[in-house]
Design a protein around this ligand. Structure first.
Ligand SMILES: Cc1cc2nc3c(=O)[nH]c(=O)nc-3n(C[C@H](O)[C@H](O)[C@H](O)COP(=O)(O)OP(=O)(O)OC[C@H]3O[C@@H](n4cnc5c(N)ncnc54)[C@H](O)[C@@H]3O)c2cc1C
Ligand code: FES
Length: 278
């Protein structure tokens, strides 16, 4: 069954809000789960977080990074893609923790954090949502932030050009140093930053789960590419994840594996641009 693109709008110079009809996914998806898209039968499978659902469509935030995401974003509204597979992965454990911080600094994180924050708030938690960006140019318009999904919202930029200056780690570190009570932290984004956050939350003994962002090929548990180590045990991020207890995750091996195909991806994007005369 082909899936229609019903909305495609830019959020900044590189990220796009895309809505695609996927009624079977919409019926079953829970916060924390993702989809895998295939533009055509011979295409690459691209995993994508789901921000929320709307009618029979999944709403996604997609960054144009390589060949497949560029091809998708260049498609006009009304065009179709071959498959939207899912929901994939294990849903987040949504329960009453108390004061919860949901913190993200990447397009994937800004996507999944909306439904996660909203579900945690609906479960009776006081949810503080922090969205970190590099600068004003990277920041999303106000309506596209997570403001209506949480109790308290913070926007930070690295250069302070909009919102508070710094990164979510700076805010969390200050709050914990000043004795603020935080019962649970859920974070996603740059792996190096998540590793640094884990050191902070460990020091202050705060439960902390993170999105273990890893390369995926089949996203069905068959290839093993997305493996990470949790408490010394191998786990597959496409099946057991993508969310894991940060205090048990082997960050170093995950960071090494993530950059394995960087050169091949660069060549593939270059070839796509050359074909388009860019
Ligand atoms: C669980 C999960 C959720 C994701 N959610 C989002 C999202 O909400 N928004 C978004 O823009 N992107 C998201 N991604 C990343 C997205 O899958 C990649 O950007 C996409 O596959 C890139 O394909 P490409 O051909 O355009 O680029 P490529 O040239 O193939 O790759 C460019 C870069 O994208 C990353 N990447 C490539 N392939 C994969 C892969 N199969 N799995 C993970 N990362 C990959 C790598 O960092 C790579 O350097 C998510 C990835 C995962 C695993
Ligand atoms: S992507 Fe192949 S096992 Fe997870």
């Amino acid at each position: 069954m082909a899936h229609e693109i019903i909305h495609n709008e830019s959020l900044n110079y590189q990220d796009y809000l895309v809505k695609i009809r996927a009624p079977e996914v919409v019926k079953r998806i829970k916060p924390g789960q993702f989809v895998v898209m295939l533009l055509h039968e011979k295409g690459e499978r691209i995993p994508m977080s789901v921000r929320r659902t709307e009618g029979d469509a999944v709403v996604m935030y997609i960054r144009k990074v390589g060949k497949t995401t560029s091809t998708l974003i260049d498609k006009p509204v009304g065009d179709t893609i071959q498959h939207v597979i899912g929901p994939q992965g294990t849903p987040l454990k949504i329960e009453k923790y108390g004061t919860v911080v949901v913190a993200t600094d990447s397009v994937c994180g800004h996507a999944w954090s909306y439904s996660a924050a909203k579900a945690l708030k609906d479960a009776g938690n006081f949810v503080i949502d922090i969205q970190s960006f590099a600068d004003k140019e990277e920041t999303y318009p106000e309506w596209a932030l997570n403001k209506d999904a949480c109790n308290e919202h913070h926007l930070t930029t690295k250069d302070g050009s909009v919102g508070e200056k710094g990164h979510f780690i700076d805010l969390i570190k200050d709050w914990l140093k000043n004795g603020k009570k935080i019962d649970f932290i859920l974070a996603g984004g740059e792996l190096i930053k998540l590793k640094r956050l884990e050191r902070v939350t460990k020091k202050f003994d705060v439960p902390n789960w993170v999105e273990a962002h890893q390369l995926m090929i089949d996203a069905t548990g068959m290839c093993g590419v997305c493996r990470v180590f949790v408490d010394g045990e191998m786990k597959l991020t496409c099946i057991d994840g993508p969310f894991f207890d940060a205090h048990k995750l082997d960050f170093d091996s995950m960071i090494n594996r993530y950059s394995t195909y960087a050169n091949e991806e660069k060549v593939s994007l270059q070839q796509y641009k050359e074909q388009r005369g860019e």
